[in-house]
Design a protein around this ligand. Structure first.
Ligand SMILES: NC(=O)c1ccc[n+]([C@@H]2O[C@H](COP(=O)([O-])OP(=O)(O)OC[C@H]3O[C@@H](n4cnc5c(N)ncnc54)[C@H](O)[C@@H]3O)[C@@H](O)[C@H]2O)c1
Length: 328
């Protein structure tokens, strides 16, 4: 299957490396508004993930990665992408723009089998996919949203608990590394908090995950609250989930359930660790959620806390890759 990526930022570059390290897809085109030389340089050198082990060169309007030749363009508009003759099967939109259905529908001119958005969509009509939870149900849809890294860290766990217990109330907090949507120094930004120096502040912010989760779990729609903080680390994040269960349960029963369902239904999506790790240890772990067994607690038999780590870039991009594989 032929793949094109629009937006070669943190997620676009992560996905590029994943696709080049596996040979299950053919990456034929990349588009980003940045200069081709810079695109090649940022693919090769990465502060978080180190130097890419492929030779990378620029040749005219192509980037050569190892023995693969990838067409590169710099169009900010979908309608001007030079992709007509490429027979692209899957387009992945990682530009952080064009998130609504009318914009994503512009990709139809290239006749792709699927268009995947690397974030929640602004349009209700675009289905939100969490691999393992609902990916089978939307195989025939062209435009799909792969949800967000934070939603991915929550949904498998919430699904397991929600399927076996009655939840009276659910609260989650995400403690997320900074991203390119914040400023390095205090500077202009439409969000007053994201305007501030990302390296020196714990920044309370909003998360799109609440709305998405309410839609995926209609029975919990009025029982969810959330907090979200950006913190001064470059990668690696944590979600803390707190459940109030209607009926008393047993700590070991929860552990068994998480492990049993997690390793079957959510194989390759979640994993578990009993090592006393910190956030940087989850970097490059290819999972949506790494459950921290040491942090699970059950108070008064009804108040359950579960903490998971996630590499918000590599874990999320690995979920993009899993979704793409399922569409083959
Ligand atoms: N960074 C994360 O942890 C993370 C995790 C999951 C999902 N996401 C989502 O993925 C998307 C991209 O996030 P990111 O962190 O990679 O952002 P980023 O800022 O690192 O990358 C965005 C890239 O898109 C390019 N771009 C901007 N406008 C464009 C246009 N009109 N056409 C083509 N390219 C354009 C930019 O030059 C940049 O290289 C966002 O929607 C984000 O919410 C990010």
């Amino acid at each position: 299957m032929k793949v094109a990526i629009n937006g070669l930022g943190r997620i676009g570059r992560r996905l590029t490396r994943i696709l080049l390290n596996h040979s299950d897809f053919e990456l034929v085109a990349i588009n980003d508004i940045m200069d081709i030389q810079l695109a090649a340089h940022l693919l090769k050198y990465d502060t978080t993930y180190g130097i890419f082990n492929f030779e990378i060169q620029v040749e005219g309007a192509h980037i050569l990665i190892g023995n693969k030749k990838i067409q590169y363009s710099q169009s900010p508009e979908i309608e001007n992408l030079p992709w007509q003759n490429l027979n692209i099967d899957i387009i992945v939109n990682c530009s952080g723009t064009n998130k609504n259905s009318p914009s994503l529908s512009k990709y139809h001119v290239f006749n792709p089998k699927h268009v995947i958005l690397s974030s929640p969509s602004e349009s209700e009509s675009v289905p939100t996919i969490i691999y393992g939870f609902n990916h089978e149900a939307f195989k025939n849809q062209i435009i799909l949203s792969n949800s967000s890294c934070t939603t991915y860290s929550i949904v498998p766990i919430l699904d397991i608990i929600n399927s076996h217990f009655e939840i009276e109330y659910f609260h989650f907090s995400t403690i997320h590394c900074y991203t390119n949507d914040q400023n390095l120094q205090d500077a202009a930004h439409q969000d007053f908090r994201r305007a501030r120096n990302a390296g020196q502040n714990i920044v309370p912010t909003s998360t799109s995950a609440t709305k998405v989760i309410q839609k995926l779990f209609p029975n919990l729609a009025h029982k969810i609250s959330a907090s979200s903080y950006r913190v001064p680390v470059a990668n690696g994040s944590i979600t803390e989930m707190v459940f109030t269960l209607k009926n008393p349960t047993d700590y070991l029963a929860i552990l068994d359930l998480l492990r049993e369902v997690g390793l079957q239904k959510y194989k390759n999506v979640i994993t578990f660790t009993d090592a006393p790790i910190v956030s940087s240890d989850c970097i490059e772990m290819p999972f949506a959620s790494v459950v921290d067994l040491n942090s699970i607690s059950l108070t008064e038999a009804r108040f359950l806390k579960i903490v998971t780590f996630y590499d918000n870039e590599h874990g999320y991009s690995s979920m993009l890759h899993l979704l793409m594989q399922s569409l083959k």
